[in-house]
Design a protein around this ligand. Structure first.
Ligand code: ADP
Ligand code: MG
Length: 271
């Protein structure tokens, strides 16, 4: 296949502010403004920027959970806005999302096994035996014991719940996973485990990631390229090493300067 897996062209999202009853022009929040980037198969593109800069809006536009005010999202060259119901259904298998807060995104009354096999069951009927085999397989993929499949989310740790969110996203063998602040709610040590899991999964399965974080320290170890967002726009997009070594935009520089330094060797060097 030629061309990128995902191509985003001039994506824009404005939210109207109020009803504008008496005014001719309705003021808008420019949540996302003229954003363009592409992601190759098996690549990790990280989108970083401070809270409110438009990252989650980009994620929602990619997943068609919101309609763009302007611009296009292309998967393998196909505009997702033009997909009919059947094509949209098929496309949903290829792109999955992992959310920040696994607790609110997982049904608290479903067992772990039900949660992670549900996306597949939206496409095909599984026997009880098939469901349990699939659940066991997915749990192993994310480093959990198959015995966990009968637990409820409340009986799991934050890291285990985020592993479930990832297992659920993996269940349909997607080409691309959009992860929005997927490790931001976790302790630093658990964050590292989840990031390593994502790296392993990418190596094994060739999955591409759009990994969104407000924390530049988190993305350094997993990003191939980094897009820095500021006030709805991408102000810099560069290979990870180049960005960290030589940020061009002053805002990128400020983000790097204020990022926590997780590598103790670097702390010592700078001390
Ligand atoms: P981030 O994920 O980077 O924190 P968001 O994409 O959530 O940023 O938000 C970007 C901007 O758009 C913010 O000013 C936010 O208040 C606004 N916004 C996001 N969603 C909506 C919405 N549904 N309606 C109105 N404004 C919104
Ligand atoms: Mg957000």
């Amino acid at each position: 296949m030629s061309g990128p897996l995902l191509k985003v062209e001039n994506l824009t999202k404005h939210y109207p502010l109020g009803a504008g009853l008496f005014k001719k022009t309705i003021p808008v929040i420019r949540a996302v403004e003229d954003v363009s980037f592409s992601v190759e198969a098996g690549e990790t593109l990280c989108i970083v920027g401070e809270s409110g800069c438009g990252k989650s809006t980009v994620a929602r536009l990619l997943m068609r959970l919101a309609e763009p005010t302007g611009g296009r999202v292309l998967i393998d060259g196909t505009n997702i806005a033009g997909l009919n119901k059947d094509a949209l259904h098929a496309w949903r298998r290829r792109m999955q999302m992992v959310f920040q807060d696994p607790y609110s995104s997982l049904n608290p009354r479903f067992t772990a096994g039900q949660i992670i096999t549900e996306p597949v069951e939206n496409f095909e009927r599984l026997s009880r035996k098939q469901r349990r085999e699939l659940a066991a397989d997915l749990l192993r993929k994310v480093g959990m014991s198959p015995e966990m499949m009968d637990r409820l989310p409340a009986e799991l740790s934050g890291g285990q719940r985020q592993r479930l969110g990832i297992a659920r996203a993996l269940s349909l063998n997607p080409s691309l996973i959009v992860a929005d602040e997927a490790v931001s709610a976790l302790d630093v040590s658990v964050q590292a485990q989840i990031l390593n899991l994502l790296l392993d999964l990418q190596q094994q399965m060739g999955i591409a990631f759009v990994f969104i974080s407000h924390d530049l320290g988190v993305v350094e170890h997993i990003a191939h390229r980094v897009a820095v967002m500021y006030l709805g726009r991408i102000v810099e997009l560069a290979p990870s090493e180049a960005l960290f070594a030589n940020p061009v935009h002053p805002y990128s520089e400020a983000l790097i300067a204020s990022a926590p330094v997780p590598d103790p060797a670097r702390v010592r060097l700078e001390a």
